[in-house]
Write a protein that binds this ligand. Sequence first.
Ligand code: E4P
Length: 217
Amino acid sequence: MKFFIDTANLDQIREAQDLGVLDGVTTNPSLMAKEGISGKENILQHYLDICEIVDGDVSAEVVATDFEGIVKEGTELAKLHKQIIVKVPMIKEGVKAIKYFTDHGIKTNCTLVFSAGQALLAAKAGATYVSPFLGRLDDISTDGLNLIEEIRLIYDNYGFETEILAASIRHTMHVINCAKLGADVMTGPLSSIDGLLKHPLTDSGLAKFLEDAKSFI
Ligand code: E4P
């Protein structure tokens, strides 16, 4: 299972990278705005800064919603750095653009996916990644994990190579359950990765070992 961090915050990306388990980064316009990054040149530079920190894939989202605009913007983003994955919304023009990018060797992440049908379309268009937003489904009393399970079944039935990138992860149990269901990738905040470390028996066990080790010195 690949671990991506879902942030545009460079310090958090560095911290996750330092842990040695980071495989990539996902961003979106809201995450960029949260860091106060605005203006085309600054945004492009920020993607380059992220690519310098991590070795893996970095999703950069287009904001155009028409086919020509998505293709123009995505082509420019893909040329920026070899680690850039063009993130395209699950809309009709987006599906057409994903097919175009697939045919032109440009990797894509189909975002804002909330149903198995949408995930099927993304795979048919050849998306590299599909991003079902499980946290946002949970937010409206719908079972986000069930969507991951459905997509896994459909992709396995037909051998689609599109990777399931479980997105909108909110906490460690989302990560663990996605791993159990066979999601290829998870993207979440730093806290969802750090949380995996924690267990009170580890803390109390270590405290006892260190206490007993004092007699060795
Ligand atoms: C996915 O790539 C999105 O950036 C992200 O996971 C959305 O998460 P949110 O629902 O917490 O905003």
